[in-house]
Ligand binder design. Structure first.
Ligand SMILES: C[S@@+](CC[C@H](N)C(=O)[O-])C[C@H]1O[C@@H](n2cnc3c(N)ncnc32)[C@H](O)[C@@H]1O
Length: 281
């Protein structure tokens, strides 16, 4: 690794510690020494864009205007890696088990609510929408079915809302969903695809910090919280699990990412699949 001190900007221990604390206080994300290089790279970009002279100046700006700077800072620092049908077993479970069950279980109220709670650029939410559309086609006109997609990062949400992706991004989309739900662009958009309106109609994108108050009443039948709690400490994770539990309908599902688990909170859920947890009825 290159020596950080020989680079155009110098990131001192004090500044790095300040940045770590700011990220923790704002987003609950824990950064340690192994993330120093990443912090350096991502914030160097911000410092240049802002035409500032040093990390010290940037830290000063964060201290003086935390509210104003917070969004830009979080957008720069968060990791937004995602893809369509990532961890496909979760979508297979929805298609073959959960949605057929929900259509029976919720017959009385004719309502289904799903929350993609750290949705990034929307691929997770649109994958859910494709499965929901396929499973619930017959019921869509009479049922109230909605998918809420939230993230702390306004930039990624804007991409999600636009629903336009490079054609390369849909390589992993099962072929059965390609034609009906991803419309190929023409002319200058020849290498892009747009998500079909029938899926977009199911979705609402909203900015939401998982650590803050949630304005939704719930209950949700399924909550996706994948590949984000890995960045949080145990205390924040447990607080979140408690809140997700409260937000879920009896029998509702909480779905985590591949390297995540509920720790000792698992005693309150039933493990029904790979990182798929059901709240008891
Ligand atoms: C690695 S992406 C995961 C995307 C998707 N869930 C998946 O598994 O493919 C993590 C997302 O969590 C979001 N995030 C980080 N801290 C958050 C917080 N406190 N509240 C809400 N979203 C947060 C980031 O902005 C990022 O888009």
């Amino acid at each position: 690794m290159n020596d950080i001190r020989e680079r155009p900007f110098r990131l001192t221990d004090k500044e790095f510690n300040f940045v770590c604390q700011f990220v923790y206080d704002t987003a609950g994300i824990v950064l340690n020494a192994s993330k120093r290089e990443m912090v350096y790279r991502r914030l160097t970009r911000v410092i240049k864009e802002r035409k500032l002279a040093s990390f010290s100046q940037y830290c000063q700006l964060l201290k003086q205007n935390p509210e104003q700077e917070k969004h830009y800072f979080i957008n720069a620092i968060t990791t937004n890696l995602t893809s369509f049908f990532r961890e496909k077993h979760h979508f297979d479970y929805l298609l073959s088990i959960e949605l057929p069950q929900l259509l029976k279980r919720n017959k009385q109220q004719q309502r289904i609510r799903i929350w993609s709670s750290a949705t990034s650029t929307g691929e997770e939410a649109y994958s859910i929408a494709a499965i929901v559309y396929e499973s619930c086609k017959q019921s869509l006109s009479s049922w109230d079915i909605k998918i809420l997609a939230t993230d702390i990062d306004g930039n990624v949400l804007a991409k999600g809302k636009a629903g336009i992706y490079d054609e390369k991004r849909i390589e992993d989309v099962p072929s059965v969903y390609l034609k009906p739900y991803f419309i190929k662009g023409t002319g200058e958009n020849a290498h892009k695809v747009k998500v079909a309106q029938c899926l977009r109609n199911l979705l609402t994108f909203k900015e939401l910090n998982l650590l803050h108050q949630w304005p939704m009443k719930g209950p949700f039948d399924i909550i996706f919280c994948r590949n984000v709690i890995i960045y949080f400490d145990k205390k924040t994770q447990i607080e979140l699990f408690e809140r997700f539990y409260e937000m879920l309908a009896p029998g509702g599902l909480l779905i985590l990412g591949h390297s995540e688990n509920l720790g000792h909170y698992q005693q309150y859920f039933k493990n029904v699949g790979r990182t798929i947890f059901r709240k008891p009825f």
